[in-house]
Design a protein around this ligand. Sequence first.
Ligand SMILES: Nc1ncnc2c1ncn2[C@@H]1O[C@H](COP(=O)(O)OP(=O)(O)OP(=O)(O)O)[C@@H](O)[C@H]1O
Ligand SMILES: [Mg+2]
Length: 262
Amino acid sequence: MAHPDEKTPAAPPPKIEARELYKSFGENHVLRGMDIKLHAGESLVVLGGSGSGKSVMIKCVLGLMTPDVGQILINGKDVTHRRGRAALEARASFGMLFQHGALFDSLRIWENVAFGLVHAKGMKRPAAREKAIATLKDVGLDASTADLWPPELSGGMQKRAALARAIAPSPDVLLFDEPTTGLDPITAAVISRLIIGTVKRLGVSALSITHDMACAKTIGDRAAMIQNGRIVWSGRGADLDKSGNAYVDQFVHGRAERAAAQ
Ligand SMILES: Nc1ncnc2c1ncn2[C@@H]1O[C@H](COP(=O)(O)OP(=O)(O)OP(=O)(O)O)[C@@H](O)[C@H]1O
Ligand SMILES: [Mg+2]
């Protein structure tokens, strides 16, 4: 039992916090007071229409872009104005799954998965290969895929391999950019379940941007909606259908109608 004098340990700071971000390109005011908090162990999905600033937001988080106003904190540390190596170091614990060009076509699957292990962590190739094969198995890919080239894999298998590459260096934050785009609905659902299963199994935190409502509901412990450069609604991913927010409703149903019409 805790000693009565013992202080309750302070809650850990959010893994990622974006405070009041503003970013304009000339007269195009993209971010207008955007606040985002990713807590340890949670999976947050950020939704928003095309051109709403999702990529700009994630680029600010990754340090690829600097907000005009506002702060980016990682594990409670202000990293807004770090550049170059310092910016990379602040994000060393991040794993990223990109929407396009997820894998290097000139590298075999295992070399893709081992990329961060070899280049960032200095692991020797034989050990990195072994770790890559184990990680491929963790995401449901057989060891026989290790020596294939990316174009030899289906879209769903490529997403699995990209997920393996993101998790191989043991990150504690995973960022997903449109993780299910380009997949058929069944494969998209399988990949969404794999993503949330992996996030929970590893106990990492995840920040995703997506247009796919089914994906958002599956992988989001929490979801947040961007409108006019700021977050206008935030709630449980499972509650997106009953948000009580007119814009979220419009987005959910607009998307659903468009999908049904295709
Ligand atoms: N480097 C840049 N220079 C000028 N304008 C930019 C730049 N990057 C983004 N923008 C503008 O910022 C706005 C938001 O772009 P962003 O790519 O963040 O949208 P998004 O929400 O990711 O859209 P999508 O869902 O289509 O990917 C757009 O109007 C875009 O033209
Ligand atoms: Mg985008």
